[in-house]
Design a protein around this ligand. Structure first.
Ligand code: DOR
Ligand code: ZN
Length: 345
């Protein structure tokens, strides 16, 4: 069986930089036409000039013949001035601003402790219709790690939505039924991305026969009832839910560690893994809208012109992939994926 789709886009991706970027970019460019590229580099991409330079490094690292457009983002800090938002919109290459609650995840130390401290910048984004992409977790040490998204929705997102009703919001990598319900109830300027790993795994994957660092990401995997809510949202045909892999490569040694990094690498089989999740739900017919249409429509960009073809033929994922000086362990390492990408002619 084959499945042909409008070439999809990845609306949430970590590409890193330097040798790491060169190692992973081809996997995404083989599958996706465009990707929203996360700005959590060291140092973070906080200005239009830094975003333009990063974009040029990505284009220079593309495999020969690849046609892929990186859609750049700015990293919001408590010092991002409104004029940087105006410059972002004028640039034509910056498509959104990323909000990391300070300390929430990898390279989030320069993030924002409280959105109430950056009101003029958010007002400029609302006026200019530049989307704010949210890592939706509170960081309080006394909030249970599995509740941090739900508490963020109640305590931060609902007031933010009320104070800036025209601000375009994307709640990134949603993991809970509560986040899905918020997006459903919030009107046309609120959307969410959903990862393949949150569709395929619940939190038992973290403890399958032992502690599994390669299943650790943030927001952390949740219980089965939440996974089912995500599957319903992704496969429901609702236009404000779309594909964002959050593929987040880390060197094997950084994950298999006393204090391992958060992030799951899925770019090597991204659309194939989503096809598995949609097939399991009996909704392969809705994969194309989720992967190739809804995101472009929300961002006000044209849908891609070309297509990709998937074939239902299992293949075995390598145990490791090269990653600069080291290696990384991809999702499903040493195991099979049911769908494969048919190489384009
Ligand atoms: O698991 C994650 N990895 N979550 C994030 O929010 C950041 C990402 C990364 O950059 O590694
Ligand atoms: Zn991410």
């Amino acid at each position: 069986m084959q499945l042909r789709l409008t070439r999809p886009d990845d609306w949430h991706l970590h590409l890193r930089d330097g040798a790491a970027l060169a190692a992973v970019l081809g996997d995404t460019a083989a599958r996706f036409g465009r990707a929203i590229v996360m700005p959590n580099l060291k140092p973070p991409v906080t200005t239009v000039a830094l975003a333009q330079a990063y974009r040029n490094r990505i284009l220079a690292a593309l495999p020969p013949g690849a046609r892929f457009e990186p859609l750049m983002t700015l990293y919001l800090t408590e010092r991002t001035p409104p004029f940087e938002i105006e410059a972002a919109v004028r640039s034509g290459c910056v498509h959104a601003v990323k909000y990391y609650p300070a300390g929430a995840t990898t390279n989030a130390d320069h993030g924002v402790a409280d959105w109430r401290r950056v009101r003029p910048t958010l007002a400029a984004m609302e006026r200019l219709r530049l989307p704010l992409l949210l890592h939706g977790e509170v960081t309080d040490a006394d909030v249970d790690a599995f509740d941090r998204e739900r508490v963020f929705v109640e305590r931060e997102l609902q007031p933010l939505r009320r104070e800036f009703p025209g601000l375009r919001l994307v709640l990134e990598h949603v993991t809970t039924a509560e986040a899905v319900d918020f997006v459903r109830g919030a009107g046309p300027d609120t959307a969410a991305t959903i990862t393949a790993h949150h569709l395929l795994w619940n939190r038992n994957a973290l403890f399958l026969g032992g502690l599994r660092p390669h299943a650790y990401c943030l927001p952390v995997l949740k219980r089965e009832r939440h996974r089912q809510a995500l599957v319903a949202a992704a496969t429901g045909g609702e236009p404000r839910f779309f594909l964002g892999t959050d593929s987040a490569p880390h060197a094997r040694a950084a994950k298999e560690s006393d204090c391992g990094c958060a992030g799951i690498y899925t770019a090597h089989a991204a659309i194939e893994l989503y096809a598995e999740a949609f097939e399991a739900a009996g909704r392969l017919d809705r994969l194309e809208a989720f992967a190739s249409w809804h995101g472009a429509d929300f961002y006000g960009l044209p849908r891609n012109g070309g297509t990709i073809t998937l074939e239902r033929r299992a293949w075995t994922v390598p145990a490791t992939l090269p990653f600069g000086d080291g290696e990384l362990v991809p999702m499903r390492a040493g195991q099979t994926v049911a769908w494969r990408l048919v190489p384009s002619a």
